[in-house]
Design a protein around this ligand. Sequence first.
Ligand code: HEC
Ligand code: HEC
Length: 198
Amino acid sequence: MTGMKLKAALLVILASIAPAAAWDGTSIHNCTWCHGTSGQGYTVAPRLAGQRPAYVESQIRSFRDHSRDNPFSRQYMWGAVAALGPRAASDLAAYFATIHPKPANDGNPALTAKGKTIYMDGIPEANIASCYACHGPNAEGVRDIPRLGGLSYFYLKSRLVQWGQGYHSGMGTPMPVVARSLGPDEIEALASYISFVR
Ligand code: HEC
Ligand code: HEC
């Protein structure tokens, strides 16, 4: 689709969901002024475009119940979703899922080969799981397992480092254990590789 056609299609989608939705006073601009034009991500706020809607909804729930307690989550997201009801959350998630995600391409290109090997195969002798097994061959995610491909290097790295430090660990997901198995060099390589995946 061309940019214009896509924009027109999205406007139709927005127009069709807006009246049915309880927006709780929230418009898309309440999200995109941090998450960037078309939700492509901006500085510390990650890309939401193309993200799995079930994952976006689960994160909004965990910001609301404060179980996602990463420093920037506390600082920016607890307030941003405090008044967001489940209906508006699901409409926003559905909307972001329709936008084509652009890769950040901002990791260290020298580390991508190493990162790809760990992503695909894990490191069995170090008990490091393959990411592919859950996040898929192109890091596209499935259901509530997030798309990782093309997220920014900085964001990917801080998520993995912060799980290792114990943040966001009360949810019963596999990631705290997976992230704690990774050393700093593995995290560098994975975040670099994944930032280029489209
Ligand atoms: C003031 C800036 C700001 C605003 C406004 C904001 N966000 Fe965020 N958002 C962030 C930051 C920063 C993070 C990263 C948090 C972290 O590092 O743990 C984030 C993370 C998220 C995530 C997690 C993404 C992932 O990949 O795990 C979701 C989902 C999200 N925001 C949705 C929204 C929605 C929906 C809105 C509008 C209702 C919104 N945000 C408004 C700054 C903002
Ligand atoms: C057993 C399944 C499983 C494996 C293996 C796995 N993940 Fe995950 N990953 C998940 C789930 C589920 C989530 C969502 C957690 C949540 O709901 O907060 C996630 C979330 C993430 C996130 C957060 C993305 C965001 O938008 O904030 C990153 C980064 C991540 N995984 C990286 C990796 C890497 C790198 C590997 C390989 C070393 C890996 N994962 C292996 C299941 C897995």
